[in-house]
Design a protein. Sequence first.
Length: 310
Amino acid sequence: MNEQDRPVRPRVSARVGVVGLGTMGLGMARSLRDAGHDVGVHDLRPEVAEDFARDGGTAFGTAGELAAAVDVLVGVVVDAAQVESVLFGADGAAGRLRPGAVFVMCSTVDPGWSAGLEGRLADRDVLYLDAPVSGGAARAAAGELTMMTSGSAAAYALADPVLDAMSSTVYRLGDRAGLGSTVKAVNQLLAGVHIAAAAEAMALGIRSGVPAEALYEVITHSAGNSWMFENRMAHVLAGDFTPLSAVDIFVKDLGIVLDSARPQRFPLPLAATAHQMFLQASASGLGAEDDSAVIKIFPGIDLPEKPAEV
């Protein structure tokens, strides 16, 4: 596995499209535009696409219309079902991409499904890059994502300038689809388990009478700290569960992790426990809250409250 640090490249003009302008996709589209690309966009909310286009770029009414106008199409939607809709739904992109164009798939999906998608698109003479991302909305907006990619040399040759504009680091993990999604699944296993463990530890300390601020201060300067503890428990201290990454994202992603391991008969006891914790939070009505809200499943803890806005 080689880490490819992205070189500084001159501003370029390439026909590129982005489908899905959520918190990640919008930042990625803006990074592409800032790098000099001619960017087309499509979102199920037309007003979001039109707002993007006011500062440069073109809004398209359907994924198919966008696909017909670009050489590289980047999909930044939630899951495999939405990718299916983008590619093969009504006026889907797969039937409108020109032969030799490339579809860059940035969603978190089952690795086996991603591997199969490569063959389905090859039947239409469309190239494919399995390219899930990590870094969150802030790094997407800054063009500093980490991308976990795999695919053919031909797909990379066309997509490289697009990857450069969206990321600080691109990992090339192999010449076939599925490897990128496998590494993303491992990353999500760790992220989900770390959040769940951080919530459990924080809840225990609060329930035992330790002031939340003091507990956070000590742990973030001790060996038990993790990036997820430091980041997510800061949300808890602020009493702010505005979703940056929602509880239901980890219901989905840890479900993918477990599903991908099942055919291998590979045990994942920690991932399974964390998945159950997020499921419990979702079933309690917390699915749309920030994933740190998983701490609310623990009884008898008094959490800090977000200060009232004045």
